[in-house]
Every structure is written in C-alpha cells, then in structure tokens.
Design a protein around this ligand. Structure first.
Ligand code: NAD
Length: 299
C-alpha cells in the first residue's frame, strides 16, 4: 500500500464511520481523526483501533489541524446535523463558522491536498471552502449526489431485478430538496431506461423515495452515516489509486456560479474533467432550479 495519510475532521457519527470504512477497505496507511470534542475523539480512536488487527497495516491517531492540512486527503465532516424534519440549508450559518475555523486552522494547506466536503448544506459549504482554501478549486469538492445516486440505483435495481452496478443513472443538482434524476441519460447495457417499461408514476415514486430517504432515516434514528461513509471511502480509493472513475460530485459549474453535482472524472488530482450530459429541456430547467435555489443563500 502507498503511504497515504487521510485526515477526517469531525469524529461524530459520519466522521468515525468514514474512518471505519477506510480501515475495512484498506484505503490508507495512516488515518487521522480530529474533533473539537477531544474526549469523544479519543474514545472513537481507541474503539476503532480495536479493529486494526483485522484490517491492513493502518495506524489511526489524532493530530493538529495544521498537520492535517498536509495530508493527501482531508475529509470535512464536522458540524451540526439535521434534526428530524429540518432541511439541510437550515444548518448554513452554524456550519459556515465551523468550516471557516477548520480551513483557517489547516493553512497553509498543501497544494497537492484534496479536500472532500461532507458537512451540510453540502453545495453551499463546498463553494465556501473553495473560496477560502487557497488550493485549486478542482481539489475541493463535495460528496454531493453520489449518495443519492446510489440510493436511486438501489431502488431501480430492486424494481428491475438488475444489479445496481449495471445501472447507469444519476441524481444531479443540489444535494438537497431540488435534486433530480437525469432520466433521459439513464441506461442499462446501452439501452435507454425508457425501454424497461417503468411508468411515469413509478419513476416519480422512485425519485421521491430517493430524495426523501435521508429524512426518513433521520426520523427513525437521528442521523445517517453508513451510506455516506461508504461513498466517501470509495471517493478516497478513486483518488489514491488514480482510478479516473466517473462519480457524481459537487463541483463548481462556471455557467451557474455555484457548486452542484454532475458526473466528473475523479483521479489523484481531484476533479479532472466534468462530463456534460445531454440533458433534455426539463432536466436543464431542473438544474437551473437547483442553482437558483442555492444562489438565494449566497447574498
Ligand atoms: P455529529 O453531531 O455526530 O458529529 C459532528 C461532530 O463535529 C461532533 O463530534 C462535533 O464535536 C464536531 N465538530 C463541531 N465543530 C467542530 C470543529 N470546529 N472542529 C472539529 N470538529 C467539530 O454529526 P454527524 O451525524 O457526524 O454529521 C456531520 C455532518 O455531516 C452534518 O453536517 C451532517 O448533516 C452531514 N452529513 C452529510 C451527508 C452527505 O451526504 N453529505 C450525509 C450525512 C451527514
């Protein structure tokens, strides 16, 4: 394994589960977990270290923010989470302060470091982090609709009885309430999804279930963390092994002047290319709606 260091800021439900997923998947030799709550962080590290002997030759420890800024990858999962029924944007003011203190604390961030944003509201805070990190924008991006896309593919898989890995369908736009499925660009084995006999009603139901899944999980158990942790570990693996996997991530779209999720080519230098999907008029309007929704909060 290459000697890589991944730092996770925020050792809450999401951050510590990301550390666990990274360990199980043998993604990084060194994992660093940091939290403003040092007692909780120490407890998580001790607990996680019990699993080390079953995993690769990793080491898990804590560090200063300044040292974390020299890691290959920094994952930011610190800050407030949604309460049941609360939307993600409601967290903006509180979490913007958290992001500022973390990014300021890491300066000067190494010019080769990649920063993965997880804290909500994801797209707005990704844009904010890009503005203050002093590293190229292509190296600061959000997990975006990667998780929502996995949820969509899971539901389609169940309905069609076809493995999700064989389904190419994306959720685009905001990692939030204005997200939408790009049905016109959804394919299975080169055949458009429309050939698979799902009614408009069924498609609408799948889109709604995808959009509302986080609210449902939070209603039952207060937080979501397994899905996002697995997605973030997959993103890290793609970066570290320079896999160039096409992944829907939140990145800066010049024409909209905000961060939104679209499929990108991901490699060791972060986002290497944005894939322009041939969206239809309805989907272009939906992307526009996501951008407008986010812009309301920028002033
Ligand atoms: P949590 O309350 O379990 O943990 C948050 C942690 O952040 C706490 O341990 C807290 O002490 C720490 N923290 C707060 N301020 C900090 C600072 N300045 N420096 C370092 N640590 C700090 O919350 P959680 O369930 O882990 O969620 C964390 C964030 O991830 C939330 O914003 C949540 O909405 C978001 N989230 C995003 C996705 C996604 O798909 N992008 C999915 C799930 C959760």
């Amino acid at each position: 394994m290459k000697h890589t260091k991944i730092s996770i800021i925020g050792a809450g439900a999401v951050g510590s589960t990301i550390a666990y997923a990274l360990m199980l998947k043998n993604v990084s030799a060194e994992i660093c977990l940091i939290d403003i709550d040092e007692t909780r962080c120490r407890g998580e590290i001790l607990d996680l270290s019990d699993a080390l002997s079953f995993c690769g030759p990793s080491v898990i420890h804590s560090d200063s923010l300044k040292n974390a800024g020299q890691s290959h990858i920094v994952i930011i999962a610190a800050g407030k989470r949604q309460k049941p029924g609360q939307d993600r944007v409601a967290l903006l003011q509180a979490n913007k302060k958290v992001i500022k203190s973390i990014i300021d604390g890491m300066q000067p961030i190494n010019q080769d470091t990649t920063v993965i944003m997880v804290t909500n509201p994801l797209d707005l805070l990704t844009l904010y982090a890009q503005e203050i990190a002093n590293i190229p924008r292509s190296q600061v991006f959000g997990s975006g609709t990667f998780l929502d896309t996995q949820r969509l593919r899971g539901l389609l898989s169940k309905k069609l009885q076809i493995a999700e890995q064989s389904i190419h369908a994306y959720i685009l736009g905001e990692h939030g309430d204005t997200q939408f499925p790009a049905w016109s660009c959804a394919y299975i084995a080169g055949s458009p999804l429309k050939n698979f006999n799902l009614s408009d009603q069924e498609l609408e139901h799948i889109a709604k279930e995808t959009r509302e899944k986080a609210y449902e999980i939070i209603k039952y158990k207060g937080a979501t963390f397994y899905g996002i942790a697995t997605c973030v570990a997959a993103i890290c693996r793609t970066i570290i092994f320079d896999q160039k996997r096409v992944t829907p991530l939140s990145c800066y779209l010049e024409q909209y002047e905000v961060c939104l999720s679209v499929p990108v080519v991901l490699g060791e230098k972060g986002i290497e290319k944005i894939i322009a999907l041939p969206l239809n008029d309805k989907e272009l309007k939906q992307l526009d709606r996501s951008a407008k929704e986010l812009k309301k909060y920028l002033s």
